[in-house]
Design a protein. Structure first.
Length: 128
């Protein structure tokens, strides 16, 4: 079996995918809301529940083909593998944001979204 090449995005490449990613993630967020309602009304076993799960799986697969990863269904949080300053990171975009301005630093519980280098807010000057 051939090894699958690892996709890595530049900020520009990831931003170019956003119209398609945004369209998919809007659908994901809507269907997630529908799933929550179906679960409240019918529990986890109904034809509608199963249909929505299949649709969500298809959306996730579409994002994987693009090379990004859905991290939060409700918020529409998506990570794009990238290398910045020689380190492997994830560019981070969330539904409602115009473009990619964040990355994820750290792993697991310690991971957090931070502004991309050069987009940090200037710190307040200290009083002298």
């Amino acid at each position: 079996m051939a090894a699958q090449s690892k996709i890595s995005f530049t900020v520009e490449e990831a931003n170019r995918t956003l119209p398609l990613v945004r369209s998919i993630v809007v659908d994901v967020a809507e269907r997630w809301g529908d799933l929550v309602k179906v679960r409240e009304e019918y529990g986890n076993s109904s034809p509608e529940h199963d249909r929505i799960l299949r649709e969500l799986a298809e959306y996730i697969q579409e994002l994987k083909v693009i090379g990004c990863h859905l991290k939060d269904f409700e918020k529409g949080l998506v990570d794009f593998p990238a290398t910045i300053d020689g380190k492997e990171v994830f560019l981070s975009w969330q539904l409602g944001e115009e473009d990619i301005r964040h990355m994820v630093k750290g792993e697991g519980e310690a991971s957090r979204r931070v502004p991309l280098p050069g987009l940090e807010q200037p710190s307040e000057p200290s009083p002298n």
